[in-house]
Design a binder for this molecule. Structure first.
Ligand SMILES: [Zn+2]
Length: 298
């Protein structure tokens, strides 16, 4: 293997508290990193760096680990400019806006969707994101959900099945949402599971209630998918506590939390993922990170 040293790093964040200044981010000043093939082989002060085949001078810049984006919806077509403008002029956001994107996504070709995902991933990488999760959820048919995940999987391992984004606008489900839950936990799950690592549900008024969310996540888990939950974004609800109960990897949004919700997150293994970019574009209240940190949640 060829070894390369990245030298002359003014400040290096290692995320290893046993290194550097003893803080949780393990900060080392005047640092170097040695890379052996695709692995980091050594970090420390520049003056102590071992000999390497090649060297790159960081020019006194800071170096941080790549960012991990654990929540995105990149497989889609069309845009929601009209809705965004409406929100910015004061109209309230509801889960229904997803339907606009569903129509455009169903109409797009595989090549168009794949090119969109590639473009967004390249943009994320340029800004430092080296691990990117992304979800289905704008197909909402067996065919369109499976193809969204197949297309996403070609570009990232971290794919999430979100057939339970909303009950689709198709007339068949308008009066019978239970039939859609049966599809999501049955035929659609079977088609999507081979292309997904995670399963997610939008647990919210206007989307899926606690019982439906539980049925969907439990079915996914039985197929080897690990749960995550869109929880407590637009209103108080059962999402966060369900996520903790099912040992979900994350409860995402967490904008409206009771003390019991905060307590559950503090004592469970589920990560509270805040997504304030959503509140920025929906003009809703911000999630309270300090309240969660003070309670001991991660
Ligand atoms: Zn989301």
């Amino acid at each position: 293997m060829t070894t390369t040293a990245l030298t002359n790093i003014a400040s290096l964040v290692t995320n290893d508290p046993s290194l550097g200044d003893g803080t949780p981010i393990g900060l080392i000043q005047n640092a170097a990193v040695v890379i052996d093939g695709d692995r980091i082989a050594w970090v420390g002060e520049s003056s102590k760096a071992p000999a390497t085949d090649n060297a790159l001078d960081a020019g006194g810049r800071a170096a941080v680990p790549g960012f991990v984006d654990s929540h995105s919806h990149l497989v889609f077509a069309g845009d929601r400019t009209q809705e965004f403008n409406a929100r910015m002029s004061g109209r309230a956001y509801s889960a229904g806006g997803i339907r606009t994107t569903v129509a455009a996504t169903r109409a797009a070709t595989d090549a168009e969707l794949g090119a969109n995902v590639a473009r967004y991933l390249a943009e994320a990488l340029r800004q430092g994101t080296t691990t990117q999760e992304t979800k289905s959820g704008y197909g909402l048919t067996v065919h369109d959900e499976a193809r969204a995940l197949r297309i996403a999987r070609e570009q990232t391992e971290e794919t999430t099945y979100l057939g339970a984004h909303i009950v689709p606008p198709d007339p068949a489900y308008a009066t019978d949402p239970a039939a859609y839950v049966a599809l999501v936990t049955g035929e659609m799950l079977d088609a999507c599971a081979p292309h997904a690592r995670w399963i997610d549900v939008f647990c919210e008024q206007g989307a899926f209630d606690g019982d439906q969310a539980r049925a969907i996540l439990t079915a996914g888990r039985a197929k080897g998918l690990h749960p995550r939950v869109h929880a407590n974004q637009l209103s108080y609800g059962p999402g966060v506590q369900l996520a903790v109960e099912l040992d979900a990897a994350s409860a995402d949004h967490c904008t409206h939390l009771t003390d019991a919700d905060v307590d559950a997150l503090a004592h469970g293994g589920t990560v509270a993922t805040l997504l304030p970019g959503a509140e920025f574009s929906t003009r809703a209240a911000w999630p309270d990170a300090r309240r969660l940190l003070d309670a001991g949640a991660t």
